[in-house]
Design a binder for this molecule. Sequence first.
Ligand code: ADP
Ligand code: MG
Length: 684
Amino acid sequence: MLQMSSRSIQYLKGVGAAKAVQLAKLGIFTVGDLLEYYPRRYEDRSQIKLINQVTDGAVDTVQGSILAVEDIKPRRGLTITKAVLKDASGVANIVWFNQPFIKKKLVLSSKLIVTGKIKRKFGQIEIANPEFETADRSEVINTGRIVPIYSVNEVITQKFLRNLLQQIAVRNEVSAAENLPSDIVVKYELMSRNDALINIHFPESFESLQKARKRLVFEELYIIQCGLGFLKKHNKKIGSGIKHAPDGKLVKAVQAALPFKLTADQAQVLKEIKADMEDLTPMQRLLQGDVGSGKTVIAAIAMAKTVENGYQCAMMAPTEILAEQHYQTIKMLLDAQGVKIAVLTGSLNRSARDKLLDQIRTTQVDIIIGTHALIQEDVQFQNLGLVITDEQHRFGVKQRAKLQDKGVRPDILVMTATPIPRTMALTIYGDLDVSTIRQLPPGRKPIKTFLRGSDKRQKIYEFVVNEVKKGRQAYIVCPLIEDSETIESKSAVELYEQLSVSVFANIRCGLIHGKLRPQEKDEVMAAFYSGHIQILVATTVIEVGVNVPNATIIVIEGADRFGLAQLHQLRGRIGRGEYQSYCILISENKNQDTLERLEIMEKTTDGFRLAEEDLKLRGPGQFFGTRQHGLPDLKIADIIHDIDILLEARQAALDTISRPEMSGLLLKLLKGHFRENFMEMLNS
Ligand code: ADP
Ligand code: MG
């Protein structure tokens, strides 16, 4: 079966070059791909009803013999094929429209199973365009049973796919080799791989379908957890990292100088981080906390600890604006203690960059904050002790690894502000330990969110003007234009030009978008931070991390174009200070689903709930990023609902990893599923 899996799909009867091209469009190239092309759903056509018991309007399955067949041509261009089907209870008329080839398949007095929508009228029963199958064939696959329904295209039909699958899964009786360790199969009472593959396509019962699904979901998650666990073990190599000393003068001074008291959650995560750092095993930790929960200060203290121990730190952020902002914040916290901090982004000119790289090499700077510019070849550290990445899942495992490779097993801290469901965290960040900040700093007033149509725009602007007159600041966010920063920037320019001479004529407005030069962006942001700019018209470049506590209003135009997680990030720009803040979502979209989605924003400010809703609505593809992480795609597991199976699979994976004699089998399993970029890391 293993060799069988890698065979071209053209090996199967009925697949020529043309069909192969169409199958390729569905991602099916080999027999193995086909076997793992799981049904989208199932229809229960197993309950065969008597003809006189069918229900008007329902989809029912009946079985009988063919009494009569005829083609009728009531007018030009219309052919109706009509068959009369009889069972012990009565007769039904089966009709097909414009499918003249059907007649040839209907042999008088042969047995037929038919599934379709029932129409009862004038005492007659009619079933139009049903699925049907000759009943006396030995393997019934299209009806009369639980039938798989696949995602198909115009050329590849349900029947065609079922036929192919029947060739490999049923008729040839080929067996798919077991790929999980036998003790795991026994311990978790898993169906064998072969039975699971047959039953996932042609289940004998709903019970066997459920067992088959569980087995395949388990397998998928187990393999991922094995990979991540193996990577974690590989990275940890007990005893080989940097052992930071207990807190000394610098850390104590930084903490004493904080303008606020750490929240209980902050204190707890800091304790976890310090414990990791003081251990010889390299830290591999994820710090998660909603926007504004105060992660940056934790990062700053961790950096102080590294500097105090004579090492350098690197902190990587996804955007220049954010890198710049982190730089300012960290500087404020550490500058007074004599720590040398620098920022490295793509916008430094050649000579400034050369000079900085030299300073980094010779340890004249302790902390470097930057964008992915940090991972370039020529950025070399003398003694990198701590690597922090602040990400919105934007960096893959590989990019993180590149930065950490600039040191010798430095401690790693990954920060994320996008709360993600536990299943997903265990998957994307399965190679990390997790610390969570759940509470926001005290005294924050919950943001008030309103969803409004564009007819209210004038009123909204007046409200903005009022708040600004009270001394507050505001963001006006332009609609998201997917894939075109140019068009998006242009629309921001237009909105700015329009607003700054009309409703906001007497207010100091600013404009920021992706097409500005870095220097210009810096100037605009500096003016907004200082309060000189009162209203900032912006694209999503402000999405991440920007922190201006005096900004209390965010108006988001075309809100329906954003995902919930993204709206939550944008909303996180306000409510960062002592004032009541307002988020106003403007949308002209009247689609019921869209409105419901946006109304969730009005109801909750809980980022975790929003992320989960977003995931349910848009599917995991949007922010799962399996590819960039080098992980296998999920073909059957449901990242939200399969948490129980995930926990089992994770435990099983941990068991396997802990047994050295399993490592040969394990590596083979990983090689067959993980992408190259992931496997490379295991070899580094
Ligand atoms: P995050 O990075 O998690 O989004 P920040 O670190 O930017 O959050 O913190 C948001 C704001 O809250 C900052 O202005 C910060 O100074 C402030 N802050 C952080 N911790 C506390 C605290 N314990 N008490 C009061 N304010 C805090
Ligand atoms: Mg932050």
